[in-house]
Every structure is written in structure tokens, then in C-alpha cells.
Design a protein around this ligand. Structure first.
Ligand SMILES: Nc1ncnc2c1ncn2[C@@H]1O[C@H](COP(=O)(O)OP(=O)(O)O)[C@@H](O)[C@H]1O
Ligand SMILES: O=C(CO)[C@@H](O)[C@H](O)COP(=O)(O)O
Length: 483
């Protein structure tokens, strides 16, 4: 049946919707497609686990969009990267999706890197050296641990691919080069899948993969006529919303901590620190990702028997440097550096400095120092860091805003309002709707520049972080030390 198309003529000002289906929740923005002005917003939580039944994302999407999509002409989905969604012959989910932050495939990652020529060969082939986050390692894990289930898999999708496919009401799944570049079986430089790597990883099985659409290519229409854009990964969507210029580097503090900029050439970092992703406009998005960001603050607040506002108050009451306390927050293991089995450390304790305020401060400083190391890695890729754009849930924290300029050592701005993944997905949808060669020009977000940091304190904090990191490297379980 031909869907009833909603043309932009249905109303004087067409609306576009953007979805952010990230680790902890689904967020929705509905905007004026011409200006980007926000008209409506919604959100709904996701389960707090590292394997999730994809239908739970659909439930969250349904709840978050309830009553919001009336009159919307186009919709796009930005999703958490890397998650493994497996479908059988009938399009049913074979097993719950393994998310980017599920580290069970760490050994599979090491094995794959060793089997197929080592880190440089992987970086050259797919732009990244796979760690447990990457889809290809999850497929290897499944082939080894759940071979009967693996035999049933006919298609492999990413979270945003699956949601887009559900929005379209079925048919052949699609993706975009941004999200595809996080699989470990797609070459961002060539713009093609590496079916040979997928087949090897998945024990000789050759599941079908979604077609890779161009940045503004429509994926189709929903049964009731909304245009659906290709969608992309959440970091790529945020980059599209922010319209990054020369010298702009984003630090996103969600469940993951990410550091990225946009450039014209593909990255291939054999150290594995930088993932050489593609972006959502036809360019590239070198990115460093830590496993421990916003949740370091929620976990520390819980330990101190307070809430996030209380944690802010404590951290701001402490001296810079937390009187010598250093927290290395590998609370869920770590991805960068690749220490999936490591644990966190609190170092430098003395009777005089063991206060809740110092622990709160050390948590904020420790989380940010991990991202400062990511900034150095992005610089090493040739990206100029003139200023940091601070986004993600934990960018709302007053303590984070106070400490970030010191730790990063460059000017830091906080763009407002906050939901840039959803806004980027909406911008992509508006772009696909317009049929134009370039994304719509929206007035950029309001920006607040944070007060300048203290250069010498910043240097000392980063140095302390690196020293503790070296110590932890020496005692961390050996498997994680390969890179
Ligand atoms: N004021 C705040 N201070 C510190 N953390 C915050 C604050 N507001 C939200 N967060 C944290 O931000 C996280 C959610 O951020 P978000 O970017 O939406 O994550 P994700 O995209 O991974 O789902 C949660 O862990 C939440 O506790
Ligand atoms: O794995 C990565 C990037 O490579 C993560 O950034 C995920 O894309 C999840 O993002 P958040 O939910 O933390 O925003």
C-alpha cells in the first residue's frame, strides 16, 4: 500500500522529529524543520543493563513520542553505537542485544586482532582496532558461546538500524556510514563492508547487513507517511547538530565519555585509542571513548549518600586537587585504555584528606582527566583543539562546569539546550525532507563560555592521573594489557 505522504505543504512550517536512543534513555525533539526551533520534547528510560531486549527500546520510543508526532513530516534516529541486534529468518530478535558497554567479548576482541594481522592491519582495514565494544567482537563471542543461536541469525543490525526498520514497518533494513563504521566490518575510508572480516569473526556465517545510505538519502516512509531518514550513531548525530568548525572538539559526558572532532581524512590509529569513525555528512569523526563518565558521578553520589546536587555542593566545597586524593574511575572496567577487567582506584588517602568533599572532587577530576587523555589522542590525529564543546547529561553538573576548563586546559563552552543527539537526528530528517545538497542552516545553539581554568593545577591533575594509570596498568589483569 502506498503510504499517505505528509508533504511539507500540510502545514506552513514542516516539523521534523529527532530521536536519541542512547544507553540510558530515549529522548525526542520535534523542531521546526526550517529553523531548528524546538517545538516539543519527550523522554523515557531504558533498562539499566548491558544486554537489552530491543523491544524495550521500541516501548521507550513509543512512550517518549506519545502525542508528540502529530503533524511531523520527517523523523530520524540517532542511536547508541556498536550494539549487536540479531534477527532470524522471520525478522524476530534471536537474543537480547549486547550493548557497546558489555565487555564479555574482550577476549574475542583480542583473539580477532591476533588472528587477522594485528592492530595495524585492523586499523587500516576498518579505521579502528576492535575492543569489546565493537559489534564484530560480539558476533565472535556469540559464535563461540551460543553457536545454535548464531546458526539462526540471518541479519545483523545496530540499535538505530533496528529502530529505523521498525519505524518503516519492515522491508530491507538500512543504515548509514557513521553507525556502520562502529561495527568493525565496515571501512569508513572505502565506504564498503568488509564481509570477509565478518565471516571470519562469525565462524563462517554470512548474515545480511543493512544497506548503507548516503547522508541525506531517505530510508522510506512510516506506514502513516512520515519520511524516515537514514539515522546514524549518537556521536555522529551530536556532531551534525553542533555543526563543528575548525578547532571545535566535543567532549560528551553521557554513560560513555567521548571526545571527537570532524575532519576530511579517515583515521587509522594502530594504538586503538582513536576509533576512526565516519560522520553523518560524508566526512570523518575520529573519536576516543571511555566507559566511565556520567555514572562515575551517580555512583560516587550514592556512595556518599547524597544526590547529584549534593555531589556538586561537596565537590565545589573542596580544594582543587582534592588535597591529594586521586580517583581513577575504571568502575565498569575501561575501554580507553583497553582494560576491560580493571577496577577503579582511590589513591593518596591520608587521615586529613579523607572527607566526602575530597572524594566528590576526586570523582569529578578523575572522570574529566580520562577525557583529557582523549583530547591528547585527538590532537595526535592532527585535530586542532581550540575549544571544547561540553555536552551530555553530566555537562549539567555545576562541579563539572567548574573543573572542566582546568582539566582540559583550553576554553570550554556549554551549548544550550542540551539534547544534541536528538537535534542532530532531527537535522538529518529535515535535510532528507528538503532534498537539498547541504543540511538546513539552523541558527546555532546558545553557548555559555565557562570561566577560565587554572593551568598549573590542570597540569598537576593530569600528571597525577597518568601516574596512577601507570600503576593500575601494572596490577590490572593481564588480558587487558595487550594494547
Ligand atoms: N546535573 C547533573 N549532574 C551530573 N550528572 C547528571 C546531571 N544530569 C544528568 N546527569 C547524568 O547524565 C547521565 C545521562 O546522560 P545522557 O547523555 O542522557 O546519557 P546517555 O546518552 O548515555 O543515555 C545520567 O547518568 C545522569 O545521572
Ligand atoms: O560506544 C560509544 C562510542 O564509540 C558510545 O559513545 C555509545 O555510542 C553510547 O553512547 P552514550 O549512550 O554514552 O551517549
Amino acid at each position: 500500500m502506498t503510504p499517505a505522504r505528509r508533504s511539507s505543504g500540510d502545514s506552513a512550517r514542516p516539523l521534523a522529529a529527532g530521536i536519541d536512543s542512547s544507553t540510558q534513555s530515549t529522548k525526542v525533539v520535534v523542531v521546526d524543520a526550517g529553523t531548528g526551533a524546538i517545538v516539543r520534547t519527550g523522554r523515557a528510560p531504558h533498562p539499566d543493563t548491558t544486554e537489552v531486549e530491543p523491544h524495550r527500546w521500541w516501548e521507550a520510543f513509543t512512550a517518549a513520542t506519545s502525542g508528540l508526532l502529530e503533524g511531523v513530516s520527517a523523523i530520524g534516529v540517532g542511536g547508541q553505537q556498536h550494539g549487536m541486534v540479531t534477527l532470524d529468518e522471520a525478522g524476530e530478535v534471536v537474543r537480547p542485544a549486547l550493548l557497546w558497554n558489555d565487555t564479555r567479548s574482550a577476549q574475542a576482541a583480542e583473539d580477532l586482532v591476533g588472528e587477522l594481522g594485528g592492530p595495524k592491519a585492523w586499523a587500516d582495514a576498518v579505521g579502528s582496532v576492535p575492543v569489546a565494544s565493537f559489534t564484530v567482537t560480539k558476533l565472535r563471542w556469540m559464535a563461540e558461546h551460543e553457536p545454535e543461536l548464531a546458526d539462526r541469525v540471518r541479519r545483523v543490525l545496530l540499535p538505530h538500524d533496528w529502530l529505523t526498520w521498525r519505524l518503516l514497518g519492515g522491508g530491507l533494513p538500512v543504515t548509514d556510514r557513521g553507525d556502520a563504521s562502529g561495527t568493525g566490518y565496515f571501512s569508513p575510508a572505502q565506504g564498503t563492508y568488509r564481509g570477509d572480516l565478518l565471516k571470519h569473526a562469525f565462524g563462517g556465517r554470512e548474515p545480511e547487513l543493512p544497506e548503507v545510505l548516503g547522508p541525506a538519502e531517505p530510508a522510506g516512509h512510516t506506514p502513516d507517511g512520515m519520511l524516515v531518514s537514514a539515522g546514524t550513531g549518537d556521536n555522529m548525530a551530536a556532531a551534525l547538530a553542533l555543526g563543528l568548525g575548525e578547532g571545535d572538539v566535543v567532549v560528551s559526558l553521557g554513560t560513555s565519555g567521548t571526545v571527537f572532532g570532524v575532519c576530511e581524512t579517515a583515521s587509522a590509529d594502530p594504538s586503538g585509542v582513536i576509533a576512526g569513525f565516519a560522520d553523518a555528512t560524508g566526512r570523518f569523526l575520529p573519536l576516543a571513548c571511555t566507559l566511565n563518565a556520567a555514572r562515575v558521578l551517580t555512583a560516587t553520589a550514592a556512595m556518599l549518600d547524597t544526590d547529584l546536587a549534593g555531589l556538586d555542593r561537596l565537590a565545589l566545597a573542596a580544594n582543587p586537587g582534592a588535597d591529594g586524593l586521586t580517583l581513577l574511575p575504571y568502575l565498569d572496567g575501561e575501554r580507553t585504555p583497553n582494560l576491560p577487567d580493571a577496577a577503579g582506584s582511590l589513591h593518596g588517602l591520608r587521615r586529613a584528606n579523607m572527607t566526602p568533599a575530597n572524594v566528590a572532587r576526586a570523582a569529578v577530576e578523575g572522570m574529566l582527566c580520562g577525557l583529557a587523555a582523549g583530547l591528547d589522542a585527538v590532537r595526535a590525529e592532527g585535530i586542532t583543539v581550540r575549544r571544547v564543546l561540553l555536552i551530555g547529561g553530566a555537562a549539567q553538573s555545576a562541579a563539572v562546569r567548574s573543573v572542566a576548563p582546568t582539566v582540559f586546559g583550553v576554553p570550554v563552552v556549554v551549548p544550550e539546550p542540551a539534547e544534541f543527539v536528538a537535534l542532530g537526528a532531527a537535522r538529518q530528517a529535515a535535510w532528507a525532507l528538503s532534498g537539498a545538497g547541504e543540511p538546513p542552516v539552523w541558527s546555532g545553539p546558545g553557548q555559555r563560555e565557562l570561566a577560565e581554568g587554572d593551568v598549573s593545577v590542570g597540569e598537576e591533575l593530569r600528571e597525577r592521573h597518568l601516574v596512577l594509570r601507570e600503576l593500575v596498568h601494572q596490577v590490572a589483569p593481564r588480558r587487558g594489557e595487550a594494547r
